[in-house]
Design a protein. Sequence first.
Length: 275
Amino acid sequence: MPELANPRAERVKAVRALAGRSVRQRTGRFLVEGPQSVREAVRFAAGQVRDVYLTEAAAQRYDEIVRDAQAAGLPVRLGTPEVLEAMSADAQGVVAVLERRPTTLDELFRGAPRLVAVLANVRDPGNAGTVIRAADAAGADAVVLAGESVDPLNPKAVRSTAGSLFHLPVVAGVALAPTLERLRAEGLLVLAADGSGEHDLDDLQDAAAGGAPAGVPDLRTPTAWLFGNEAWGLLPTDRELADAAVRVPIRGRAESLNLATAATVCLYASSRAQR
């Protein structure tokens, strides 16, 4: 029988409150919603998981989450549908509470990264989460959220990663200029993705394959891609911090690509060249 039946219980309110940034910072915990994200959290970040909550129906449908959580010694609690709905409107019957364990730049460089995505002043949690997911899919080593970028533990950002948040290091809350200096000092080429960049991504890919003249940045080298704000892109001062600016070719009538799509294209170009 469900252990939690009162949607107004203090435990339920405490879980729901984690949607707020100030509460996440004060408690050192964050919310993970939905079966896909909770499944990946249990499998890849079990040491951070404090509680897993499911409805009885969700526990039967996603029994692998229950098995993995129990195998890891994690508390699994059943709640009524009303309780899970009160915890999160996006729960789909499954929620987990995790401890925040921030990743530092020092930790990032212990693994000699070859492909990193850097977000500068990216405010939308859905975009930030989607870029983390794309970076994971492209085989990137890390994602860095710099400047005034959104908290990657925002519930919408966590949902948008579809579990990728638990697959690769994500560094947040760092200043952009010293971060890029550190990346460059560690041997990474810094490329800014910019619609008016002096280099065309096609030329970089041709050069990496040996089909274009020299004189363009080499995608085969360790690279940090710099991506700007959704609305205004990269500030001129931020763009100047990069070694070169690269534009994604627009062959149709679209004015531009959105942030997540452009990031995906650039990251996959590097991934293929480095392979």
